[in-house]
Design a binder for this molecule. Structure first.
Ligand code: SF4
Length: 401
């Protein structure tokens, strides 16, 4: 293995199977197969790169006309018929013009600001070595400001503004910081800025050495997990619709196979799933029937017990079975639904008996009543929480011939 990158690690975290396809089996997705959203991101990034390169050499801010020309040239080069269209209503021209709007807004805003920082690099590749693992970072742009301050910029064209907690735990920009620090050891301050271009908003953060070390440890742990994986399980999520490997993915391949068959019933996998579903359905039905029978049984036990108590009987006879009815009185304590339970719990805690009776079953508390290490007064007081309840049980057995 040559090197890792944060996007490689993130691919594993989002789906180990996709990681395997891409980085281990090195299966190339069909040429040009990207979503329209990704295409906007690619074209916007490339235009920004070209414009900033020009600005670095000429120090002349690009006009909107130049930006448009550059962006449209890139779009036409990148656009392919193999674009993944998620929604049938997706209109490529609309996506194209969205990208241009994003660029116009960004450049106008940057022009309005007094540009005091000096751009020193765009799309610059670095390698950082952490714990023996080589990690590649490609930084969108680095500006230099007075007082030995570097500003690292990252452009985002995502259509959702991320939550602050996700930005705080992001590892990409801190990795850029590690890379820049290694390359320019004299630099004193480094700030990290995301430009959320669709929202015309920027977020800037800084990371201290302790935070960077924590991120390093986290990255190493993540890489070790990847290297220990031998299964690369698919992770089915709604994002699979955007995955270029869907038709060869073990989680979806069968449905593609079925679509190509004239008669699905001939497929053994299809048959097995249907049979299992039918069995599961029957089991559910039986479960429901058993529950109903249990309720019915309970009702008949109550009726039998009431009859036995009324007639002072302990055994009832049917046609070929007999029923033994036990009716006993026993000491019980308030259960969790009983308001008196709070007083009982307080009493146990105040008298250091909570541990002994901590599982609040009557049987446990009853043990406290006969525990020789508990004083008679306390046992007496504990007894005052109790009440006597009827306990009944029924046992049905086949009558002897
Ligand atoms: S289709 Fe989904 S589960 Fe399969 S590889 Fe792609 S992301 Fe992973």
């Amino acid at each position: 293995m040559s090197y890792y990158s944060i996007s490689r690690i993130n691919t594993y975290n989002s789906c180990p199977q996709k990681y395997k396809f891409h980085y281990i089996d090195r299966i190339k997705p069909p040429a040009g197969e990207v979503s329209l959203n990704s295409l906007v991101g690619i074209c916007v990034h490339q235009t920004l790169e070209t414009m900033y390169r020009k600005y670095m050499s000429t120090k002349i801010w690009p006009s909107l006309e130049e930006i448009k020309e550059e962006y449209e040239t890139i779009w036409d080069q990148e656009y392919s018929q193999n674009i993944i269209t998620i929604h049938l209503s997706d209109n490529p021209e609309k996506f194209k013009s969205d990208g241009l709007k994003i660029l116009n807004t960004y450049f106008l805003q940057q022009k309005e600001k007094e540009v005091i920082a000096q751009t020193i690099a765009v799309e610059r590749s670095f390698f950082v070595t952490i714990d023996g693992y080589k990690i590649k970072a490609i930084v969108d742009r680095i500006d230099y400001e007075e007082k030995d301050t570097f500003l690292i910029h990252d452009y985002k064209t995502t259509s959702r503004f991320p939550e602050v907690k996700n930005l705080e735990t992001d590892r990409q920009l801190p990795l850029y910081q590690m890379a820049v620090k290694e390359t320019y050891p004299d630099v004193k301050n480094i700030s990290l800025t995301w430009h959320f271009l669709r929202f015309n908003k920027s977020v800037t953060i800084t990371k201290n050495d302790r935070e960077l070390n924590e991120i390093k440890e986290d990255i190493v742990e993540n890489i070790k997990t990847i290297e220990l994986d031998r299964n690369y399980q698919p992770n089915k999520t709604p994002l699979c619709d955007w995955c270029s490997y869907k038709d060869i993915c073990p989680a979806f391949k069968h449905s593609f196979t079925l679509k190509s068959l004239e008669n699905n019933i001939l497929d053994e996998g299809y048959q097995a799933v249907n049979e299992l579903a039918a069995i599961q359905f029957k089991m559910k039905e039986h479960k429901f029937a058993i529950k109903k029978l249990e309720e019915e049984k309970k009702q008949w036990e109550i009726r039998a017990t009431d009859y036995a108590v009324l007639k002072n009987l302990t055994s009832l006879e049917g046609e070929d079975h007999e029923l033994t009815v036990d009716v006993k009185k026993e000491i019980a304590f308030p259960d969790s639904k009983d308001p008196a339970r709070v007083y009982l719990e307080n009493f146990l805690k105040e008298n250091d008996l909570w541990e002994k009776a901590s599982i609040m079953y009557s049987s446990k508390i009853k043990k406290v009543l006969i525990d020789p290490t508990v004083s008679k007064e306390i046992q007496k007081e504990l007894m005052s929480f109790s009440y006597v309840k009827d306990s009944t049980s029924c046992r049905l057995k086949r009558k002897k011939e």
